[in-house]
Design a protein around this ligand. Structure first.
Ligand code: NAP
Length: 270
């Protein structure tokens, strides 16, 4: 692969909460260049015509990603929209040999399998990460380490009340990583009974997962470990969507060096 020093980036979903942070990150990173954006409502405009982006010159807006990819030069697509549009955008990028970095959540197992197959066929890199916050990835890794010694575990994830899925992808991923080092084990009193249904939360291999939804929150998770006479609590908090951007930046840089499908930021961090 021949790579120029500057990585040319297209962002899909620039007006969204994540997209706005991605525009800031890309335009403030010296070796990245924002060459175009994909916005389903502002075809033919310039980004600087859109509220909040007046200071960013020379970035055309396209609604049709295929037209964009035929017209503009790009190395990487940062995808931050919705699962349906996101899958179409990711397919289009791979068709045009552009490497996708996907933050959009909600892709199905079949979507992921299809994308992995295309990456193998085309020998092309793609990274999809349900959580781009490096601190969250460390929290999952630390939890996996602690689970070797503490097998009574409760996961509490806390998110804003606009979130559609529960438990969060991060909580499920944490439980999966813990399960790879912990035998399934029923926790709590063997005869415990819920007097209000759901009081003990969801169950994954005997671990319990609790989902909190409140306005004011962004994305937070605690993993609690208990043993005789001691507890350990591992907690990560995203207070702002900028917390995800260091991970997106690392992913853009890394995917230029990798010719494979990667699922999860933890797989590209040392
Ligand atoms: P958001 O604020 O709702 O932004 C989504 C953007 O996508 C909006 O600008 C929306 O435009 C645009 N959009 C919707 N349908 C589209 C289409 N068909 N074509 C092109 N653009 C379209 O959501 P967000 O909070 O930024 O989140 C975006 C995605 O990232 C979600 O899937 C979310 O779960 C995920 N996320 C991932 C991470 C991570 O670390 N991986 C962290 C946070 C969020 P309109 O408003 O005009 O419809």
């Amino acid at each position: 692969m021949v790579m120029s020093d500057t990585i040319k980036v297209i962002i899909a979903g620039p007006r969204g909460r994540m997209g706005r942070e991605a525009v800031k990150m890309v335009t403030s990173t010296g070796h990245f260049k924002l060459t175009a954006v994909i916005d389903h409502k502002n075809d033919g405009m310039m980004l600087s015509d859109i509220d909040g982006f007046q200071t960013i010159p020379n970035v055309p807006v396209y609604s049709d990603i295929r037209k964009c990819l035929e017209t503009e030069q790009a190395d990487v697509l940062i995808e931050l929209t919705t699962p349906e549009a996101g899958m179409d955008h990711t397919l289009a990028a791979l068709e045009h040999n552009v490497r996708p970095v996907v933050g959009t959540t909600g892709f199905t197992k079949e979507d992921l399998a299809q994308l992995e197959r295309i990456c193998q066929e085309k020998d092309l890199g793609c990274i999809i990460a349900p959580n781009f916050a490096i601190g969250a990835v460390l929290m999952m890794k630390f939890a996996q380490m602690a689970a070797k010694y503490f097998d009574n575990i409760e996961i509490i994830e806390l998110h804003h009340d606009k979130k559609l899925d529960a438990p969060s992808g991060t909580a499920v991923k944490t439980a999966q990583m813990i399960s790879s080092v912990r035998e399934p084990k029923k926790q709590g009193h063997p005869s415990e009974k819920e007097t209000i249904q759901g009081a003990r939360g969801a169950e994954y291999d005997g671990m319990h997962i609790h989902s909190v939804r409140l306005p004011g929150l962004i994305a937070h998770q605690e993993v609690l470990f208990g043993a005789d006479g001691q507890t350990v609590t591992i907690r990560h908090d995203s207070y702002d969507r900028s917390s995800f951007m260091s991970g997106v930046k690392v992913a853009v840089e890394t995917i230029m060096q990798q010719n494979k499908f990667v699922y999860g930021l933890e797989n590209i961090l040392d």
